[in-house]
Design a protein around this ligand. Structure first.
Ligand code: NAD
Length: 492
């Protein structure tokens, strides 16, 4: 990692990738891409719209329908191409990580970890490509019944700004392994790594049109993808309200949809847990990526007898989280993604104070004048929160955590489930029976016991209730990018 150049040639003019070519928006419009840690402009990108989506769909359709093309390649050959992309991501890790860090304000150490994760996701789906099996089914009629798993066709992948390249990889890996052709639309705040990935895919040997990258606003470029009659599936990660809009837009051609949406995940700590481990590790479960994480453990439910001890230890550990320049290797928390997001989170901090919660740590911008130009906020802890307060109910998507005491196991479960979301969560206890009972009772898709780890490339990831539809990662993701065809053969 360290033998690669520390500086990168940030593109001053980025271009979309459509049909294997580097292109501007059809109408020539562009938008500025900034570094939220400094407020400076780092690039301009094409402001794609409906016409650009149409061009990308035409290119993806052509690539999909090519009788010698991508979807007709052997699954092993598709897998080898994904493996090449995985290697190229690793070979360009430092460049991609710096681009992601500058564009999103995230610490370079975290960006390196995410980029390595991208490479591992492609590696996993490289291996998965030739392991997508059908079945033989013992039906009642005399004959043979088999199923085939086939690609859907052109798929649209719309991703958010919090983990731009990683969210793209979660979708591209299974979509491409299964033989689909793709249109990827990154969020407008963070388009740069997706565009670079489009170039690397061409270098890896993906035929033109297999992976198209269209940049542009959600309301135009994104909505055109969600509504397009020739796109068979849309996969989306982002806010729940945007997901609802995508469902409406996708209804026109009864598109298949998968949605990874918001969260308000609980971290339940019983008095018999390893409280030191909980306090040491849990600040990172909510302040990593400046809290802009759908899995952020933004509600801590603590058994009342351990409340004081947990608050003290958690706050002490929070004060040790190193907030600073994202380019500094030692930084653990950078800026938020934008000034708008910073203001939104600051508003929630004011709401929490108005609601009567006790602000015990953070609440404002860092004191360091070197950080004054960036969209920073300190890690913020509210104690004495009740489940009725807005800070406990709404997804803040920033470095803010609410601590809520409870008396019984039943109460902890009831409070934790009292949310429209159901993405992730953790349970901490040395009593394995209690921990498992609680984990089973929680209405959420991704849980951990005595750990805050939610994401495993090999295991399914996704939400209950209003946190989404479908499961990404692992082999479950392949289901979301394939059609199942049943064929009965009369053998009489
Ligand atoms: P967002 O919903 O504002 O935008 C996500 C993407 O959708 C962007 O590319 C955007 O341009 C596009 N978009 C916006 N409006 C659209 C429309 N009408 N039609 C089609 N596309 C549209 O979300 P965000 O602010 O970028 O990301 C933050 C949200 O993402 C949070 O709510 C977070 O919880 C969620 N998230 C969820 C997961 C998960 O796996 N469940 C992971 C990461 C982020």
């Amino acid at each position: 990692m360290t033998d690669q150049p520390a500086t990168i040639a940030t593109p001053t003019t980025a271009r979309m990738i459509i049909g294997g070519a580097s292109v501007d928006a059809a109408d020539g419009q562009t938008f500025e891409v900034t570094n939220p840690a400094t407020g400076g402009v780092i690039a301009t990108a094409p402001m794609g719209g409906r016409e650009d989506v149409n061009r990308a769909v035409a290119a993806a359709r052509k690539a999909f329908e090519d009788p010698k093309g991508w979807s007709s390649w052997s699954a092993s050959k598709r897998g080898r191409t994904l493996a090449k992309l995985s290697s190229l991501v690793k070979a360009n890790l430092e460049e991609l990580a710096r681009l992601e860090s500058r564009n999103g304000g995230k610490p370079i150490s975290g960006a390196r970890g995410e980029t390595l994760g991208v490479s591992l996701v492609f590696e996993y789906y490289a291996g998965a490509a030739n392991k997508v099996f059908g079945q033989t089914i013992p039906v009642s009629k005399p004959g043979l019944d088999i199923t085939l798993r086939e690609p859907i066709g052109v798929v649209g992948l719309i991703v958010p700004w919090n983990f731009p390249l990683l969210m793209a990889a979660w979708k591209l890996g299974p979509a491409l392994a299964a033989g689909n052709t793709c249109i990827l639309k990154p969020a407008s705040y963070t388009p740069l790594t997706a565009l670079r990935l489009g170039e690397l895919a061409l270098e890896a040997g993906f035929p033109p049109g297999v992976l198209n990258v269209v940049t542009g606003p959600g309301g135009t470029a994104g909505a055109s993808i969600a509504a397009h009659p020739e796109i068979g599936k849309v996969a989306f990660t982002g806010e729940t309200t945007t997901g609802q809009e995508i469902m409406r837009l996708a209804a026109g051609n009864v598109k298949k949809i998968s949605l990874e949406l918001g969260g308000k995940s609980p971290n339940i700590v019983f008095a018999d847990a390893d409280l030191d481990k909980f306090a040491r590790e849990s600040p990172y479960a909510v302040f990593d990526n400046s809290g802009q994480d759908c899995c952020a453990r933004s509600r801590i439910f603590v058994e009342r007898s351990a409340h004081e001890q947990v608050v003290e230890a958690f706050v002490a550990a929070t004060r040790n989280v190193k907030v600073g320049d994202p380019e500094d290797d030692a930084t653990e928390m950078g800026s938020l993604v934008s000034f708008r997001q910073r203001d939104r989170v600051a508003e929630y901090i004011a709401i929490g104070q108005d609601e009567g919660a006790a602000l015990v740590c953070g609440g404002d911008a860092p004191a360091d004048p070197a950080l004054a130009a960036g969209a920073y906020l300190m890690p913020t802890v509210f104690d004495a929160v009740t489940n009725e307060m807005r800070i406990a109910r709404e997804e803040i998507f920033g470095p803010v955590v609410s601590i809520i005491p409870f008396d019984t196991e039943e109460e902890a479960i009831r409070l934790a489930n009292a949310t429209p979301y159901g993405l992730s969560g953790s349970v901490w206890s040395r009593d394995i029976g209690k921990a498992l009972r609680t984990a089973r009772a929680l209405q959420a898709g991704v849980l951990s016991v005595n750990s805050n780890s939610s994401v495993h490339t090999e295991a399914p990831f996704g939400g209950y209730k209003m946190s989404g539809i479908g499961r990404e990662l692992g082999m479950s993701a392949i289901d979301m990018y394939t059609e199942t065809k049943n064929i009965f053969i009369d053998l009489s």
